[in-house]
Write a protein that binds this ligand. Structure first.
Ligand code: AMP
Length: 618
């Protein structure tokens, strides 16, 4: 077994030197042309450490034991080399992937489909419990090149002889420790022993408990072993924290951080070139001065961008790892890991961009609920304990906006000649017999319409709370844990109970924990589109767009999720607001039905600041 690629490196400080960099590009790894084309289109700039280590072995046909968890890029680490070796259209599976849950099976199948988009006639079949078996039988009969499935259902198909393994080139066990934890170990062994003896094997697992080691010793003889580096570095002086945040709330979270943190220069790390340009445009649209720094920039443009950043012409760089390499800019006070780095090494490398030249720096890491384990690895390897950063609240954002408003106002008072305007105000006060304070209040109200000083904020759903046990397991292809060897023919996987439809069809979901669902009496038949509802809510009630949740448009009515705790005056006003000429007639759907008030059971105080903005009339 080979040693981890960088296990012989020294423990140097990230601030003083560049950590080891894996300089291999995707084109150095022996991948076939159609796959390289797909990777380029996806915007992947560079192989992740697990990819750089695993791909060369797998492309040579060797078996592989990979210690890696979700978020490290492990799916591409096996999918790319194995796909490079197959001949599509053989009408029988050449690659079989075993995954613990149907969610993962679907995700992996989708990844295969994406990577194989330039392989003509390529077919992948996701096979899992909970889905009508007839559809799967059809799919397999038509001939899939790759089958990705949960062990229970795969075994059913093997027994029915609908899954034939005689053309199989490779078997992958993905998240093997998870499959063990779920009691699939016997099923896995049965499947592995049914695969051709000379087929290539790959096993990926976040941990290597003894039963997994035993399976590896028996079915993955002479496997190469790769793992992501676990050496530690010192990163004192950098204040490090993390936030558990759902993928879909990353942008809102970043926006709040940008509003409440006092920063000089900031780097926001993302994974792909496309993400860096997309996020940059979204930040610009929200009024922040950001520029993308990615591998698509030629050297001259890169230098120009960095110089502008150094001089303070830009405050935020949205960068990929490759592009930020070697960046040494003193004014970087903050590093935001918008996408978690692949490994502990990359984490230290990234955060080392701040705290330069003896200054203090701050590093904030976004972790999606699925990436918690990778966070643990990063902490353990770097001997760190990151503290939890609380989600910035609406009040904090409001305070910052007011402070900024006040300072800009003072700046005008101190530096501008206001004589003419002062005379105008006095004139208006005199003519209308209005108090000057009242006039000032009206001016403030008008000036903050685009960026309200008291925005309608609701806490984003707390992603750090784990779902209830039952919820979490829902959808898992879970066998009888007490008796894992129980005859799978009789067994009903959790999925077989049909709790959830198998397809990716969108289901109306419950509103998030801190939101309530409202019904609007206007729908498709009135020509209503989601944008109309957003527009009406934002313009008529001053609800900030980012706090408008999911919108469903029905035939004659629609629903919208809005922050919990809407004050009664806003609610009453919204009833009269029109959308596509129809009065909204808004009413509460979720929770109790007392109109316009937050749930009394929670005794939530309505946010006084969420007052009705009396702008355009309904
Ligand atoms: P995984 O660990 O396989 O769950 O992958 C985590 C995420 O990283 C997925 O969204 C992949 O699309 C993405 N990813 C994988 N490899 C790369 C790469 N080399 N560059 C950028 N993103 C990648």
């Amino acid at each position: 077994m080979t040693k981890p690629a960088d296990s012989d490196q020294s423990n140097d400080s990230a601030n003083d030197s560049e950590p080891s960099e894996n300089l291999l590009g995707f084109s150095d790894l022996g991948l076939s042309e159609p796959l390289l084309k797909a990777i380029t289109a996806l915007g992947y700039e560079q192989p992740s450490p697990i990819q750089a280590q695993a791909i060369p072995h797998l492309i040579e046909g060797k078996s592989l034991l990979g210690v890696a968890q979700t978020g490290t890029g492990k799916t591409a680490a096996f999918a790319l080399p194995l796909l490079s070796r197959i001949e599509p259209n053989k009408k029988k599976p050449q690659i079989l992937v075993l995954a613990p849950t149907r969610e993962l099976a679907i995700q992996v199948a989708e990844a295969f489909q994406t990577y194989a988009r330039h392989l003509k006639g390529f077919q992948v079949a996701p096979i899992y419990g909970g889905q009508d078996i007839r559809g799967q039988l059809k799919l397999l009969k038509r001939g899939a090149d790759v089958v990705v499935g949960t062990p229970g259902r795969l075994l059913d198909h093997l027994r029915r002889r609908s899954l034939e393994l005689d053309e199989l080139q490779a078997v992958v066990l993905d998240e093997a420790d998870e499959m063990l934890r779920m009691g699939f170990i016997d099923d896995i062994e049965t499947i592995l022993s049914s695969a051709p003896e000379d087929s290539q094997r790959a096993l990926f697992s976040a941990t290597m408990p003894a039963p997994i080691r035993r399976v590896a010793a028996k079915y993955l003889k002479n496997a190469e072993e790769v793992r992501i580096a676990t050496k530690s570095r010192t990163v004192e002086k950098i204040d490090q924290s993390y936030l558990i945040v759902h993928y879909s709330h990353k942008l809102d979270t970043l926006t709040r951080i940008l509003e409440v943190e006092t920063f000089d220069g900031m780097i926001v790390f993302v994974r792909t070139k496309s993400e860096s340009t997309e996020l940059t445009s979204k930040l610009e649209a929200r009024g922040f001065s950001a520029v993308a720094l990615n591998g698509d920039l030629n050297q001259a443009l890169r230098e120009k961008t960095i110089n502008r950043f150094k001089r303070g012409g830009i405050d935020i760089l949205v960068a990929t790892d490759v592009a930020a390499r070697g960046l040494d800019v003193e004014r970087i006070s903050h590093v935001i890991n918008y996408d978690i780095p692949y490994d502990p090494e990359a984490y230290v490398h990234r955060i080392g961009r701040t705290g330069r030249a003896g200054r203090e720096g701050k590093a904030i890491l976004f972790v999606t609920p699925k990436e918690r384990r990778l966070l643990k690895t990063i902490e353990k390897a770097n001997r760190l304990e990151l503290k939890v950063m609380p989600m910035p609240t609406g009040e904090q954002v409001s305070e910052q906006r007011i402070a900024k408003f006040q300072s800009e106002l003072m700046q005008s008072i101190q530096t501008e000649d206001l004589t003419t305007f002062r005379e105008l105000v006095e004139q208006i006060a005199h003519d209308t017999e209005t108090d000057i304070g009242e006039i000032a209040a009206a001016l403030v109200m008008q000036s903050q319409k685009q960026r309200p000083l008291y925005p309608t904020f609701a806490p984003l759903p707390d992603a750090s709370k784990r779902p209830e046990r039952g919820q979490r397991d829902q959808g898992r292809d879970r066998p009888n844990r007490k008796n894992p060897s129980h005859d799978s023919g009789k067994r009903r996987d959790a999925g077989d109970r049909g709790e959830r439809p198998p397809s990716r069809r969108r289901q109306p979901r419950e509103p998030d924990a801190d939101q309530q669902r409202y019904r609007i009496e206007a729908g498709k038949s009135h020509g209503v589109r989601p944008g109309d509802i957003v527009g009406a809510l934002a313009n008529e009630a001053g609800v900030e767009v980012e706090y408008i949740g999911s919108i469903e448009i029905g035939e004659n009515h629609s629903t919208v999720d809005l922050p919990d705790g809407m004050p009664k005056d806003v609610f009453e006003h919204l009833k009269r607001v029109r959308v596509r000429q129809q009065p909204m007639n808004i009413s509460l759907v979720s929770g109790d039905n007392s109109p316009g008030l937050s749930k009394p059971a929670k005794s939530r105080k309505p946010n006084k600041k969420l007052s009705l903005k009396k702008n355009r009339s309904a």
